[in-house]
Design a protein around this ligand. Structure first.
Ligand code: UD1
Ligand code: CA
Length: 482
C-alpha cells in the first residue's frame, strides 16, 4: 500500500461542528504580491493545510473568510470550501462576524481559526471541539467555548492569555496593548478557538475598537464571555510548534521545514528509508511505498506517487510522476509522466513532461526524453534526445541518437518498432517510421521510412589513404613547425 503523508488521521467525524478560517487579512509583513494564504508550504497553499486539518478532523462545513485579493485566494484554494467576503479589513473579530449570514440557523460548535497556522493537527482540533461539548465541560458554569493555548519561551508578538485560578480564560491581551506585567506572561493565543454557535455572534457584535490598532479584535469575544459569567476553557497544547503562525518569510521557511520533517517522519513510520531528512524535500501530496529508499538531496514534488523497493536519488528531482516498484532513479530530473517497474534512470537524465517509460527500460546519462512512449526493456543508455517518439519494446537506442522532431513550425513524431537497433549517432528526421527489427547504421541520417528487418545506412562513404598521416607528420617536421 502506498502511504500518504496526508492520510486522514481521524475516524470520528464531527458533523456537529463547522469551521471558519480567517484569511482576509492584508498580510503586510509578508511583503508579497502573492496573498499569504497562497504561499506554498510543501506544495500546498498555506491556508490549504488548515482546510485539510479541519477536513481530517471530520468537519464537513468549512467557511473561509476572504477579502484582500479575494478572487485570487478563492481560485488558489479551490471550490471545495465555502467563501464569505470581508470587504474591509477591520480586524479578526470583524472577519469572524462576516460568517454570520452563512451560519444562520447553525447549532453546534464553531471552530474559528486563523488561516496562517498550517501545522495544526486534526487530533488537536478534535480535542478542542471535545472540550466545548460534553456534560463534564459545563461543570464550572456554562461553557461558551474553548481555545488552544501555547507556552512560548519568546512570546513576542502574540496575544497573551490571562487565566483565573481554575485555569479558565479571563481575557486575551494583544502584545502591543499589554502592560509589562502582561508581557511577562508566556502563555499565548495561537488563534484557534471553538465556540458554541448560540450567543457567538451576539458577543461578536459587542466588540469595540478600543485598542492600539483601532481594530475589531476576535480575542475580545473571550473577555466578553468571561465577563458574562460564561466559561472559556483553555486547552494547552504540548508541542507549541504545532501552532506556529506565519507572518513573515522567515516564519514561512521555519514552518515549511517542520512540515517537511513531519511528512518524512510519517514516511519512515510506514517503512520508507529516508537517508537524510535534512536534505530531502517533499510535498504533502506525495506518497511513497514501503522499503523505498530516498537518498540525500532529493525533491519529491507535486502529485508524485512512488511504489515499493525503489531507490530515488541522490540529487534527484521528481515531480508529478507515477512510478512503479523496484525502479531506481539517480541524479536526474523527472517530471510529469509515468515510469513502470524495474526501470533504471540516470545519472544525469532529463525526463520532461508527457513520457511513459515502461517496465525494465534503461535511460542512461545525458539522455533527454520528452512526450515519448518508451517500450518495455528499451535501452537508451547515453547522450540522446528523444522527443515526440514511440519506441517499441526491446529496442536499443545507440549513443548520440537524435530525433529531429521540430522543423521550425511544427512538431513531428518518430515511430520506432520493437526490437529495432538504432546505431550510434543516428539522426531521425521526423516524421519518420522505423519498422520492427530494423537497424540503422551508425551515423545514419534517416529521412525515409525504414521497413521492418531492413538496414538503413545513409552516410558519406569513407575514403582511406594508406600512409597519408605519416607523410603529413614528416612534412611538418621537415619544415620545423611540428
Ligand atoms: C492574532 C491574534 C493574537 C494571536 C495571533 C496568533 C487577534 C486580534 N490577535 O494576531 O492574539 O496571538 O493571531 O497568530 O486576533 N484577518 C482577517 N481580516 C482582518 C484581520 C485579520 O481575515 O480584518 C485574518 C488574517 O488573515 C489572519 C488572522 O485573521 O489569518 C489573524 O490576523 P493577523 O493579522 O495575522 O493577527 P495577528 O497579529 O497574528
Ligand atoms: Ca497571524
Amino acid at each position: 500500500m502506498p502511504l500518504s503523508a496526508a492520510e486522514a488521521q481521524s475516524t470520528n467525524k464531527n458533523p456537529q461542528a463547522c469551521a471558519v478560517i480567517l484569511a482576509a487579512g492584508k498580510s503586510t509583513r509578508m511583503r508579497s504580491e502573492l496573498p499569504k494564504p497562497l504561499h506554498p508550504v510543501c506544495g500546498v497553499p498555506l491556508t490549504g493545510h488548515v482546510v485539510r486539518a479541519c477536513r481530517d478532523a471530520g468537519i464537513e462545513r468549512v467557511v473561509v473568510v476572504i477579502g484582500h485579493q479575494a478572487d485570487r485566494v478563492r481560485e488558489g484554494l479551490g471550490d471545495d470550501v465555502e467563501y464569505v467576503l470581508q470587504t474591509e479589513q477591520l480586524g479578526s473579530g470583524h472577519a469572524a462576524m462576516c460568517a454570520e449570514p452563512a451560519l444562520k440557523g447553525f447549532h453546534g460548535a464553531v471552530l474559528i481559526l486563523a488561516g496562517d497556522v498550517p501545522l495544526i493537527r486534526p487530533q488537536t482540533l478534535e480535542s478542542l471541539i471535545a472540550a466545548v461539548g460534553g456534560d463534564e465541560a459545563t461543570a464550572g458554569g456554562r461553557t461558551a467555548g474553548a481555545m488552544l493555548t501555547a507556552r512560548l519561551d519568546d512570546p513576542t508578538g502574540y496575544g497573551r492569555v490571562i487565566c483565573d485560578e481554575a485555569g479558565n480564560v479571563v481575557k486575551i491581551v494583544e502584545h502591543r496593548d499589554a502592560t509589562p506585567e502582561e508581557r511577562a506572561i508566556k502563555v499565548v493565543n495561537p488563534s484557534i478557538y471553538c465556540f458554541r454557535a448560540e450567543g457567538l455572534f451576539e458577543k461578536l457584535h459587542q466588540i469595540g475598537t478600543d485598542n492600539d490598532q483601532g481594530e475589531l479584535y476576535l480575542t475580545d469575544v473571550v473577555g466578553i464571555a468571561s465577563a458574562a459569567g460564561e466559561r472559556i476553557a483553555a486547552v494547552p497544547i504540548e508541542d507549541a510548534r504545532e501552532v506556529l503562525g506565519v507572518n513573515t518569510r522567515a516564519e514561512l521557511a521555519e514552518v515549511t521545514r517542520l512540515m517537511r520533517l513531519r511528512i518524512l517522519e510519517g514516511f519512515m513510520r510506514e517503512g520508507v528509508t529516508v537517508v537524510d531528512p535534512a536534505t530531502t524535500y517533499v510535498d504533502a501530496t506525495v506518497t511513497v511505498g514501503r522499503d523505498t529508499t530516498i537518498e540525500p538531496q532529493t525533491h519529491l514534488l507535486g502529485s508524485t506517487t512512488i511504489g515499493e523497493r525503489c531507490t530515488i536519488g541522490p540529487m534527484t528531482v521528481v515531480k508529478d510522476m507515477r512510478i512503479g516498484d523496484e525502479t531506481a532513479i539517480m541524479q536526474s530530473r523527472v517530471i510529469g509522466g509515468v515510469i513502470g517497474s524495474r526501470v533504471r534512470i540516470g545519472p544525469f537524465a532529463h525526463i520532461r513532461p508527457g513520457c511513459s517509460i515502461r517496465d525494465g527500460a534503461r535511460i542512461g546519462d545525458f539522455v533527454e526524453l520528452k512526450n515519448s512512449d518508451i517500450g518495455e526493456g528499451v535501452a537508451a543508455s547515453h547522450l540522446s534526445y528523444i522527443g515526440d517518439a514511440d519506441v517499441g519494446a526491446g529496442t536499443n537506442v545507440g549513443a548520440g541518437t537524435i530525433t529531429c522532431n521540430y522543423d521550425g513550425y511544427k512538431k513531428h513524431r518518430t515511430v520506432i518498432g520493437k526490437r529495432a537497433f538504432i546505431g550510434s549517432h543516428t539522426t531521425l528526421v521526423a516524421p519518420v517510421h522505423v519498422g520492427d527489427g530494423a537497424m540503422t547504421a551508425a551515423g545514419t541520417v534517416v529521412t525515409e521510412d525504414v521497413p521492418g528487418d531492413a538496414l538503413a545506412i545513409g552516410r558519406a562513404r569513407q575514403a582511406t589513404r594508406e600512409g597519408w598521416a605519416a607523410r603529413w607528420r614528416s612534412a611538418r617536421e621537415r619544415h620545423g613547425d611540428g
